[in-house]
Design a protein around this ligand. Structure first.
Ligand code: G1P
Length: 287
């Protein structure tokens, strides 16, 4: 079945960015002139996604406004003859069909995904977490869709990380099918470095099937009060094949201050309007 729908989770509190995220969604922090969440939508749309459901929560209304029309602003830009930016502003609401569901309690990313079940129905779909941005020619989620189309089983995005950092990620082990593709046989969420030899880390991009929703529905919340998507994968792995794909492209952890600044610098360097200025600025920095 063709993958037409994507879930984008944007309900996180963004505690690592406080106080910047006290009153604004983390996903609305800009990478130059577009908010993080717009890059995720563009990634999904470029990969053929037609309908996007955001899992939101308290204080996330700016995301709804961003993907809606803004009559007054459009009128003003039109009056001033600012055609280019007018086009950019208008196009946002037409990129896909947008839907919103609220996650009532902060009960983890599995709970967020589960909140979309009635909307997703009996289809495979893409999942994008708000923190992970990948700069690549072929959109990262599109790379996963290609694998799904071949194997018809869930697919998880992977990247290699320094072994000292494995405890920040889901870590997988498996049988290498080709350079980038792995059939997963073990998934451990945030292991200590001494608990795994692998450095293949999960990035927050997945293709899931209805079987994942079934697992999430059967699971109980952890002692931390959370329902983790990782647990659903671990459960599914007992009976089902699961694939991992080492993403082509540069990944930025935009949920982290350093990762975010790196993304701002790199996206700034590539920006047609300010790229040269950013480059000159960097050359002139005296460390
Ligand atoms: C989540 C996942 C983890 C994954 C990470 C990638 O963790 O549970 O498996 O490696 O996203 O960003 P979080 O960073 O939300 O704690």
């Amino acid at each position: 079945m063709k993958i037409r729908k994507a879930i984008i989770t944007v309900a996180g509190f963004g505690t690592r960015f406080l106080p910047a995220t006290k009153a604004q969604p983390k996903a609305m922090l800009p990478l130059v002139d577009k908010p993080i969440v717009q890059y995720l939508v563009e990634e999904a749309v470029k990969a053929g996604i037609e309908q996007i459901i955001f899992v939101t929560g308290k204080g996330k209304r700016a995301i709804e406004d961003h993907f809606d029309s803004h009559f007054e602003l459009e009128y003003l830009l039109e009056q001033k003859g600012k055609e280019e930016v007018l086009g950019q502003v208008r196009d946002i609401a037409d990129m896909a069909e947008f839907f919103f569901v609220r996650q009532r309690y902060a009960r983890g990313n599995g709970d967020a995904v589960l909140a979309t079940r009635s909307f997703i129905g009996d289809e495979p779909c893409a999942v994008l977490f708000e923190d992970d941005i990948v700069a690549s020619d072929i959109p990262a989620i599109g790379q996963l869709i290609e694998v799904y189309n071949k194997y018809q089983d869930p697919v998880i995005a992977l990247t290699r990380v320094p072994h000292s950092e494995v405890s920040k990620y889901g870590i997988i082990e498996g049988a290498q099918i080709n350079d980038r593709l792995v059939e997963i046989n073990q998934f451990v969420e945030k292991p200590k470095p001494e608990e795994t030899k692998s450095n293949l880390a999960v990035i927050g991009k997945y293709i899931i099937t209805p079987a994942i929703f079934d697992k999430l529905e059967q699971m109980k919340v952890s002692v931390e009060g959370e329902l983790g998507l990782d647990h659903a994968f671990i459960e599914l792995l007992k009976t089902n094949p699961l694939y991992g794909y080492e993403i082509e492209g540069k990944r930025y952890d935009c949920g982290d201050k350093l990762g975010y600044i790196q993304a701002v610098i790199d996206f700034g360097l590539q920006h047609p309007e300010i790229g040269n200025g950013v480059s000159d600025h960097i050359k002139n920095i005296k460390l």
